[in-house]
Design a protein around this ligand. Structure first.
Ligand code: GLV
Length: 326
């Protein structure tokens, strides 16, 4: 008998085909995401769970799934998974790092360009039919080339962002809990500074940290005050890294010029004061959403599950101590 998997998404055809070769699969195919009680009901009796970042894998869920051997999230961020709770139960947890770095950095840079050059406002104006024709001072934004980019979080995606900024002759500052190797700094022309210096100097601040207790509301009223007047904030990491109410206050006070966000504190809700603003761009958590990349992410999640049931080490395990204990 094939082991049983609950997948909280229909995945993409190549991942589905691979999964079904090895497992008996129950998919959540509804929209948008499974209600919690449905998720708990369907995961019961399954040997593996493939989930998205919208599903909380915590004690409550694990209590409902005594047979579960692996929880594989189709995301690089894994703040949806209580890894310690999985470890206590000897359940392997995996994620999908590596394949989405370029796609996410492309998008973060696109947001940076779009907010600086007022592309979304321009598009809305054209569609409204109200554009009176060209004039010298219409929708003047801010230059990008030659400006200073401050990258908070210099992991794979932060570094991919730096690579893009090089093409725009930007000065690149970064801060991170760990300083990068000298050759990385040299290759990316990136200068390590502390957060205070970064916030004071950057024309664009782009956030690329995971959501951890220490990064929650990292951008708050006091860090926003430290930003350069006229600077822009870009967030493609996790919503709770930014205090949205403080952001609204900083925009109202014109402490910063604008913000472009792909992630939100209480998804799918957005702070109502952000929605009405022209100095803000809002996108629905799609930074990694290319067909190629999302397909690769789904395949990686499936490969992690297959590896475990084949007796191999899943390539992207978050709690290797579970495997070592076996
Ligand atoms: C998307 O936000 C991810 O973590 O993959």
């Amino acid at each position: 008998m094939k082991p049983k998997v609950f997948a909280t998404h229909g995945l993409f055809a190549p991942a589905r085909a691979l999964l079904e070769r090895h497992f008996e699969v129950d998919y959540w195919a509804g929209e948008p995401r499974p209600p919690r009680d449905e998720l708990l009901r369907r995961v019961a009796g399954k040997d593996a769970l493939i989930c998205l970042l919208t599903e909380k894998v915590n004690d409550e869920l694990l209590d409902h799934s005594p047979n579960l051997r692996i929880a594989a999230t189709v995301s690089v961020g894994y703040d949806n998974i209580d890894v310690a709770a999985c470890t206590r139960r000897k359940i392997v947890a995996t994620h999908t790092p590596g394949v989405l770095d370029d796609t996410t950095a492309d998008f973060a840079f696109a947001l940076l360009m779009a907010i600086a050059r007022r592309i979304v406002e321009g598009d809305a104006w054209m569609r409204s039919g109200a554009w009176p024709g060209w004039n010298l001072d219409q929708l003047c934004g801010s230059d990008v080339s030659g400006k200073t980019l401050g990258i908070i979080g210099f992991g794979r995606i932060g570094r991919a962002m730096a690579k893009r900024a090089q093409g725009f002759d930007m000065r690149i500052l970064y801060t991170d809990a760990m300083r990068a190797a000298p050759e990385v700094e040299r290759d990316l022309h990136a200068e390590y500074v502390d957060r205070d210096r970064l916030l004071a100097a950057a024309d664009f601040v782009s956030v690329h940290v995971p959501l951890l207790p220490e990064t929650r509301r990292l951008i708050n009223a006091s860090t926003l005050k430290q930003m350069k007047p006229g600077a822009y904030l870009i967030n493609t990491s996790r919503g709770p890294v930014v205090d949205e109410a403080a952001l609204v206050a900083a925009l109202d006070a014109k402490q910063i010029a604008g913000a472009a966000f792909d992630v939100f504190e209480n998804e799918p809700k957005v702070h109502p004061a952000l929605v009405a603003r022209k100095d803000v761009i809002l996108t629905p958590h799609i930074a990694s959403a290319s067909v190629e990349t999302r397909t690769k992410m789904a395949l990686i999640a499936v490969e992690n599950v297959i590896a475990l049931f084949d007796g191999r080490r899943p390539p992207n395990v978050l709690n290797p101590e579970v495997l070592a204990a076996k």
